[in-house]
Design a binder for this molecule. Sequence first.
Ligand SMILES: NC(=O)c1ccc[n+]([C@@H]2O[C@H](COP(=O)([O-])OP(=O)(O)OC[C@H]3O[C@@H](n4cnc5c(N)ncnc54)[C@H](OP(=O)(O)O)[C@@H]3O)[C@@H](O)[C@H]2O)c1
Length: 284
Amino acid sequence: MKRVTLPDTQSVPALGLGTWGFGDRRETRDSEIAAIELALAMGYRLIDTAEMYGSGGAEEIIGIALERAITQRIATRDDVFIVSKVYPHNASRQGVIDACARTLDRLRVESVDLYLLHWRGRIPLATTLHGFERLLADGRIRRWGVSNFDVEDTEELWRLPGGSACAANQVYYSVSERGVEFDLLPWQRQRRVPLMAYCPIDRGSAAGNDTLAAIGAARGATAAQVALAWILRHPDVIAIPKASREAHLRENLAAADIDLTTEELAAIDKAFPPPTRKQPLTMY
Ligand SMILES: NC(=O)c1ccc[n+]([C@@H]2O[C@H](COP(=O)([O-])OP(=O)(O)OC[C@H]3O[C@@H](n4cnc5c(N)ncnc54)[C@H](OP(=O)(O)O)[C@@H]3O)[C@@H](O)[C@H]2O)c1
């Protein structure tokens, strides 16, 4: 498995599991818990979630699955890297502390490994930072970061005292959404801040793309695997595809071992041209 190094030198798997859509419905709860347990048994060691997903339901089912995996000695708490996110409206100094307490409760853990501001809201960034710093000092989070921040936002963050301690920025990045390659990715690379790619399979649609399917067919891979391998060509990008089906979970994990050739990358550039000018960040 490829790995990505965070600014504090901690290395994390380049491919993790997204969980948006989990925890929404009572009828699918058991199968979702089973999917996360299975993912852990397969070797997934990074899980992305948020207080928003299923209104806390996703964090709850991750907590149950992780607890079971630990009991069965499939994983230990220390080797699973958990990312969660706070709603912008909860990101006041005290609000972030309270939201994190609820998140830890649902996840049944003592701390989250990376805690992100889900997107920018009305609360000043400096205020949120104070909350993050308190959580760090209390050992409730191991590091903090942001999500859906474009270059202007990251520049503003970096101007704040302590702002450059940001460990990652999670944004939409996929074959069809390459805008970040123009400015945000180079900006972050210069500062050694990894990018976390959300919607890396374009919410499933990249799996049906003909160009990606043809490249995959020639090397015994699926279109979705090519889409993920394409993202993981960067040494400093983490992809967090969401999957609930066993075959998808397996495929995606295996994609982290695929290295695309120059010819394959050129074919992808032809079908999905890289940006030649600034594009506003796509948010989903
Ligand atoms: N920070 C943010 O604002 C933000 C926004 C959006 C997403 N995210 C995070 O990023 C994660 C990923 O994004 P996403 O869930 O929106 O989209 P995604 O990962 O691009 O796509 C997920 C969809 O693709 C399907 N899929 C997964 N693997 C597949 C494969 N190998 N072949 C064919 N289809 C496959 C899944 O189906 P099955 O479930 O049926 O397997 C699911 O319907 C989220 O779950 C969430 O954790 C963050």
